[in-house]
Design a protein around this ligand. Structure first.
Ligand code: GLY
Ligand code: MN
Ligand code: MN
Length: 462
C-alpha cells in the first residue's frame, strides 16, 4: 500500500468536497465459489482501496464530512482464525497503516449509523455492485434491498469520480507495473500462436504470467480467433493457418492497479494482404487518436476522428461509399466499429464504472448519444491532465449484424453490401493502448508492445 499520509490526504480532500454527513465505504467480503468455505479470489472494492488502502475482507470505512474524522469497523481474529489462517495483524495495527485511529468491531457499526441518522445526519454511500454488499447496506440502513442503489449519494459519487479520475504520480508508477506485466503477457501470446494450438493453451499461460507477477488478470482474458465477437471469453478453438487471433488482456498489480491491452495477430506469422489492409487501418485510427490526445480535447472528438479514419479507409477498400461526414454523422461506420473508443482505467479496468458510466465519462456539457455505436462510448468528456484511459478502435465483420442491416437496407448510401458479403469470414481486429494525459499532451504507458505489421511479424519469427 502507499504511505499512510496518502490515505489521510485523500480522506481529508474528500471530506472537503462533500458538504456534510457520514460517508460509508463497504469493503468487499469473501464470495463463495461452489460452497461457503471455498471462495473466489478475493478482490477488494476499489473505492475502499483508494481511501482506506487495506486489502482484507470484512471491513467498513467511514469518513465524517463535518469533522474530517475517519473510522474503521472490522473484527480482530480469534484463535480459530489463527489456527486456519495464521497470525494476523490486529485491527488497530492495520488501521494505523492507513492513518485511522478509530477502530471498532463490525457489530457496532449499525448503532453508530442509526445514531447518526437519529440526529438527522446524511449517510452517503456509493452504489453497490455485489448482492452481499447490497443486503449488508440494507440491514445497516433499514432499507429494503431494492431501495439501496437508488439511495446511493450522487454527491459522493461525483466527489469520488473527481478524485479517482486524476491519477497521482505514485498511481502512474503502479499502472506502469501493470503495463510491464501486460507486455510479457502479450509478447508471450504472440510467440505461442501457431496453427494447431488451442486458444486455451495460450490464455492459460498468459493468465499464469498475470498471477505470478501480480494479483491476476484485470478482467477475464479475451483470446480468440473470433475477434468479431467483442468480449469472447471462450477459448476452445484450434487455431488454423489463415486465422487472426485477438488477445485483449491485462493484469492487476499486487496493489490492484490495472492494464488493458489488445493486439490482433496472424496465427501463421504473416498477415495476408486483406488482413494487413484492415489491420493497418485500425493501427492508423489508434495512432492518430493517441497523438491527438491532450488536456481539453473531448474524447468524443477522438472517437469521431477514429470513425472518420475507419470510414475513409473502408471507402478506399470499396466497403463503404458516399460523403464521409454524412456517413459518420449517420453512424454507418458502426456496422464495422460498433463500440466506443475507450474508457478510464485505474484501480478498475473500466475505472469507476460501477459508480455509473455517465458520471465518469460525461458531464453537464455533453450527454450520451442514443445512436447505435456512439451510445456505447463510455468516455466522451474533455480529457484532463492525470486521466488514464484506453484508446481501442476496432474493425469487425459480424455476420449476423451484416445480415440484419442488409435486410433492413440500412445506410445503403454508405455501405457496399456486395463487397461486405465477401468479408463475412474475416473476423475482427482491435488494437488497444493505455494513455496518460500529461500537462501538455499524452504519454503511452508502458514499454511499447509490438504493434506495426513489421514488429508483429518479426516477433512471431522467434
Ligand atoms: N477489456 C475489455 C476492454 O477492452 O474494454
Ligand atoms: Mn481491453
Ligand atoms: Mn479496454
Amino acid at each position: 500500500m502507499f504511505n499512510k499520509e496518502t490515505y489521510q490526504n485523500r480522506r481529508e480532500r474528500l471530506a472537503a468536497l462533500v458538504k456534510d454527513g457520514l460517508m460509508l465505504f463497504p469493503g468487499n467480503a469473501w464470495v463463495p465459489y461452489n460452497y461457503p468455505a471455498n471462495p473466489f479470489h478475493f478482490r477488494q472494492d476499489s473505492s475502499f482501496l483508494y481511501y482506506f488502502g487495506l486489502n482484507q475482507a470484512g471491513l467498513f470505512g467511514v469518513v465524517d464530512a463535518d469533522t474530517g474524522e475517519s473510522y474503521l469497523f472490522g473484527d480482530d481474529v480469534d484463535m480459530d482464525d489463527i489456527i486456519w489462517m495464521g497470525p494476523q495483524e490486529s485491527m488497530r495495527e492495520r488501521a494505523a497503516k492507513v492513518g485511522v485511529a478509530n477502530t471498532s468491531p463490525l457489530s457496532s457499526l449499525q448503532a453508530f449509523l442509526q445514531n447518526a441518522k437519529g440526529s438527522g445526519r446524511k449517510i452517503h454511500f456509493l452504489p453497490p455492485y455485489r448482492s452481499q454488499t447490497t443486503i449488508h447496506l440494507a440491514d445497516l440502513l433499514g432499507l429494503h434491498h431494492n431501495e439501496v442503489r437508488a439511495a446511493a449519494s450522487v454527491e459522493l459519487i461525483k466527489a469520488v469520480v473527481a478524485m479517482r479520475s486524476i491519477k497521482e504520480p505514485q498511481e502512474i508508477v503502479e499502472i506502469e507495473k501493470a503495463m510491464d506485466i501486460a507486455y510479457e503477457m502479450h509478447t508471450t501470446s504472440m510467440k505461442m500462436a501457431k496453427p494447431g494450438v488451442v486458444e486455451q493453451e495460450i490464455a492459460g499461460h498468459i493468465e499464469g504470467i498475470a498471477l505470478k507477477r501480480g494479483s491476476g488478470v484485470s478482467f477475464p482474458i479475451i483470446l480468440s480467433v473470433h475477434g468479431e465477437t467483442l468480449h469472447n471469453h471462450g477459448h476452445a478453438n484450434v487455431m488454423k493457418d489463415g486465422d487472426l487471433m485477438i488477445t485483449d488482456a491485462g493484469a492487476e498489480t499486487n496493489m490492484n492497479y490495472c492494464s488493458d491491452i489488445t493486439r490482433t495477430i496472424p496465427v501463421n506469422g504473416k498477415y495476408s494482404t486483406r488482413q494487413r489492409e484492415i489491420y493497418e487501418l485500425v493501427v492508423d485510427a489508434n495512432v492518430a487518436t493517441i497523438e491527438a490526445a491532450a488536456p481539453g480535447v473531448r474524447n468524443i472528438d477522438l472517437h469521431l476522428m477514429a470513425a472518420r479514419i475507419i470510414t475513409i479507409g473502408l471507402q478506399d477498400l470499396g466497403l463503404m461509399k458516399g460523403d464521409v461526414d454524412e456517413a459518420v454523422a449517420a453512424g454507418a461506420h458502426a456496422l464495422f466499429f460498433p463500440h466506443g473508443l475507450g474508457h478510464m482505467m485505474g484501480l478498475d479496468v473500466h475505472d469507476m464504472e460501477g459508480l455509473g458510466e455517465d458520471y465518469v465519462g460525461y458531464d453537464d456539457s455533453i450527454s450520451r448519444s442514443t445512436q447505435f455505436g456512439l451510445a456505447f462510448l463510455r468516455l466522451a468528456k474533455a480529457l484532463q491532465t492525470g486521466n488514464v484511459f484506453t484508446i481501442e478502435p476496432g474493425i469487425y465483420f459480424i455476420p449476423e449484424l451484416i445480415d440484419q442491416w442488409k435486410a433492413e437496407k440500412k445506410h445503403t448510401d454508405f455501405i457496399n453490401y456486395d463487397k461486405v458479403e465477401t468479408y463475412k469470414d474475416f473476423g475482427g481486429i482491435r488494437v488497444e493502448d493505455d494513455i496518460l494525459i500529461t500537462g501538455d499532451g499524452f504519454r503511452v504507458l508502458g514499454k511499447p508492445i509490438p504493434k506495426t505489421v513489421a514488429e508483429i511479424e518479426a516477433i512471431m519469427q522467434r
